[in-house]
Design a binder for this molecule. Sequence first.
Ligand code: SF4
Ligand code: SF4
Length: 396
Amino acid sequence: MKTLESNLKRRSFLKMGAAGIAGLAAGSLSGKETPPSQSVEQTRKGSFVYRTLGRTGLTLPVVSMGVMNADNPELVRAALDKGIVLLDTANVYQRGRNETMIGAVLKGRPRDSYVIATKVPAESTSEEYLRNFEVSLGRLGLDFVDILHVHDCSSKEAVMSEPVLKALEKIKRDGRARFVGVSTHSNEPAVIRAVVEGKFHDVVLTAYNFRQRHREDIQRAIAEAAAAGVGIIAMKTQAGRFWDKERQKPINMKAALKWALSNPNVTTAIPGMTTFDQLELDLSVMEDLTLSREEKLALHLEDEIPGSGLYCQQCGACLSACRESLPLPALMRSFMYAYGHRNYGAAYDLLQELDLPASPCADCGLCTVRCVQGFDVAARVREIVRLKDLPADLFA
Ligand code: SF4
Ligand code: SF4
């Protein structure tokens, strides 16, 4: 792993190229937010900006590939050939086909030329967790992964679940994962702080984007984690990709990605890529992180339009007001997968996991829910649940 670990033994000195410093200055957060101080080492290799992932010592380009929505092996091949190093997948993506596809792409490639992160959801026993992880390794065709995340943690209890920690300990001891972490889509600051406190995990993969209302608290938690040597990877940086469900108003993807990376404590981001154009755009960000004034304005940090966008905060503020006790954050996430990412399979699979009545929101009358984002939650629920009764093989 020499090429990926060249900084492993180096002390954590800050090495920023001129362009990097310019990028951070221009890319500072919205006027009211305080840019965090930097604990993460940054350097340049060729034309790409690299940062070090906390105490793992892995040096990674600032942009990695979220493979979740991709099903084209040629795109993954091209990403690796052009300089992407970290591929992020999960045991549940595309019902396992995502890991299998990545495994086929990796065949024959030098093991030290890429970094693989996968995620396995928590289970109630260590044995079950270990079994599921072995399935992931089998699909990837690997003896070990570089980073294994516990998928979708939203509380301190989830981070510190004893059966899962026991399984992770064994996995690390057996050399089946070099580093372990957690992923989080909600309650992120508490999850990140639980990792810092727990001193067990090496990495956090956190939702982090310009649309999050609690982004300042996430930034503070990220800074604490970086100072403690926990590596931070950002996901959901594209905030649902569109301002509208008709997909007529795309979010400025470059600006969104640069905004996330303007936090110097974020080592790398994993924007989902499904086309070669997206890949090229993301590669260009790896060369120049400068967030221009125009790009910043395009993010509407100061003039948010209520009800716009597809990114649900996952804040749960709507839950108590719903007369049918619907799992609204999960339903909004499914809505985003379908309309923002056109990943109908992920939207469908998520709906199947939920305990929903036959016709959610159909007979409720006036909706009592008020979304903090101004979403018309009932309309979105009625729309997305139409997917749930379709035959499963449509999404196979
Ligand atoms: S319309 Fe739907 S979201 Fe609104 S209160 Fe009724 S069940 Fe809940
Ligand atoms: S629907 Fe609105 S209130 Fe409910 S979790 Fe999402 S952003 Fe929060």
